[in-house]
Design a protein around this ligand. Sequence first.
Ligand code: PEP
Ligand code: MG
Length: 757
Amino acid sequence: MLDVLKKIVQEVSIAPDLDSVLNLIVRRIQRAMSTEVCSVYLFDPEDQCYVLMATEGLNQEAVGSVRLSAEEGLVGMVVDRAEPINLENASEHPAYKYVESTGEERFNSFLGVPIIHHRGVLGVLVVQQKAQRRFDESEEAFLVTLSAQLAGAIAHAEATGSLGAMGEEPSGEIVNLRFEGVPGSAGVAIGSATVVAPPADLNSVPDKVAKDVEQEIANFEAALKLVRRDIKVVGRSLAQRLRSEEQALFDVYLRMLDDNALAGEVVARIRQGNWAQGALREVVMEHVRQFSMMDDPYLRERATDIKDLGRRVLAYLQEDAPAVLEFTDETILVADELTPAMLGEVPSEKLVGLVSVHGSSNSHAAILARSMGIPTIMGAVDLPLTRIDGRELILDGYSGRIYVQPGEDLLTAYRDILRGEQEQAAELEAIKDLPAETTDGFRMPLWVNTGLIADVARSLDRGAEGIGLYRTEVPFMIREFFPSEQDQAQTYRKQLEAFHPRPVTMRTLDIGGDKSLPYFPIEEENPFLGWRGIRVTLDHPEIFLVQVRAMLKAGEGYGNLRIMLPMVTSVGEVEEASRQIDRAVKELQDEGHDIERPLVGVMVEVPAAVYQVRRFARRVDFISVGSNDLTQYLLAVDRNNPRVADLYVSYHPAVLRALVFIAREAHKENVTVSICGELASEPGGALLLMAMGYDVLSMNATNLPKVKAAIRQVSKEDASQLLKDVMAMDDADRIQKFINERLTELGIALPKQPVVV
Ligand code: PEP
Ligand code: MG
């Protein structure tokens, strides 16, 4: 049974649209359970009822026309109870509702199972039989298991399926199509989508209108020729080692690429208007689907071959015509997985928004986007990437919503919000040169987090008093190999020079987790609990030493360098890193450089560090809390996973308690304690941290003016009272709501409310 289940789930996952998904489900379940009927009902939010969407065994004419409210019939009862109902004689049940068009009076036994997604009942799966018998326990368990596994695929197909194919005219029905994601960076953007696809990845090739059909065909044929040549070469070189039947496989591959097979179909698709890469994707994926549905395991395996051939042709097509991305004046960059390197691909004056199908609000791409002030949505898992290129989008970075092909009313509403944002920015501009000082005269130092060189000018412009976190891995990420000591020193010098005499805190390389270098891949099952941050650099003293030397050299003559160590879990790591820093200082002094040992600090980002703050504090000059990681490790919630994004809450009582504890412990050793996680960038978070006694708040440059405005609006006493009230509460959602209410009472502007359609 497990095999059947796996096969159904696999087939469904590659079905092209909602209709195919549902028809596949009913057909396969009917066959697997040997029942006479299998049907699926789905919730229609517009009509607030459950609609028969596909059936095997009932009259086909009933599909789409049978509609039941949540209180009607046995289907309604399954919805209402959100649990399976298994009856021997359905028509005798008081809830039974006879719907003539289905022809279902012929069936007696009934098993209905809810399809539940994100806690809501999305629909109902029903199997029926003539014989008067109860479905047995294993049948019920089978259907429940399938339903649980298919719910996500159905929801995904429902969400993506509503967008028409490439080139289809926007009709009245498909305006304002809405997709949900996770807010990544606040703000609104209106623009047109440009999809960036990773190379040789068939799944994410977008559809595009072929500008020159003959040229596209010629490109395709040239790529095909190269793949044919490769296959022949490999076939020949393996000829000695393969048996004749294995050798025959190479002929099969060549035949697959024949004009009468794949190639012919791709050319036909190009003639219909899609560009070569899109046409190739369509044809290959169709064949992959057909092969994966076959019962014969040998034929099923051929799906892998076709995909591999497709990928090879695609690689040559892309090599031949490297993706020339087209950017309109208002470009919204859309990617399957947004990376920091991609942010640099669009001229900054044209980039108005970012969307990533994967990742969540604290992924590093989102953090960078916030520092650049670009509205961003992460984890838009249902967005049909292949059909979005060139379409108009509204991106609501407050709510995490994307609207495709928005209508005039919605555009007007969002243009109003954009105008409001510009007015607010102008108001904040007015306090640029004023200090971050409470109404009763308490000065709160506000520093910034940087990564790109562009951050420096923006930060100074916004009145930053220092750099609390320079993420040195960012310049490493946008290169093709490790930068040399000289290269690094030049890059670091720009930050130190621009901020001089203000302090600049450089963090040593923090790779691993969700930050990988293309030239130093780290493959792990569980990267956030793996080889990350200081663990990598202590294992590679040559990388660590070069980096520290580069920092020290860059700081020569300025005296504003501070070095910070990420992901530290034990005292031994601090001591070891400290020794390496001493060694680098000594080496450079011996080489004649005029440098001193800089201030060295430790980041508190994991629970183990929380309980050792005093021990760390005795060995270093400052402590800085990385609340982004600390939150994920305290709450056991992956900061990158959109599925658990609503569980990633910085105002969780456990996080707040840890933050209070850290500040208190560090101060017992008279060591300054700062924070450089994103919590400091929220006005509410900043007030709480100020009240907890943090000596420095380091945040993204975009939010600094808002945080400053909030601090200037309150007294130290107001902030302490807010903290006291919050610490007495035990629920994160209530804390968030309470903070919002208090901020409003204190006259502090809250983020814009999303427009709801
Ligand atoms: C943090 O974890 O809070 C932090 C500042 O570091 P990063 O976000 O780069 O992991
Ligand atoms: Mg961190």
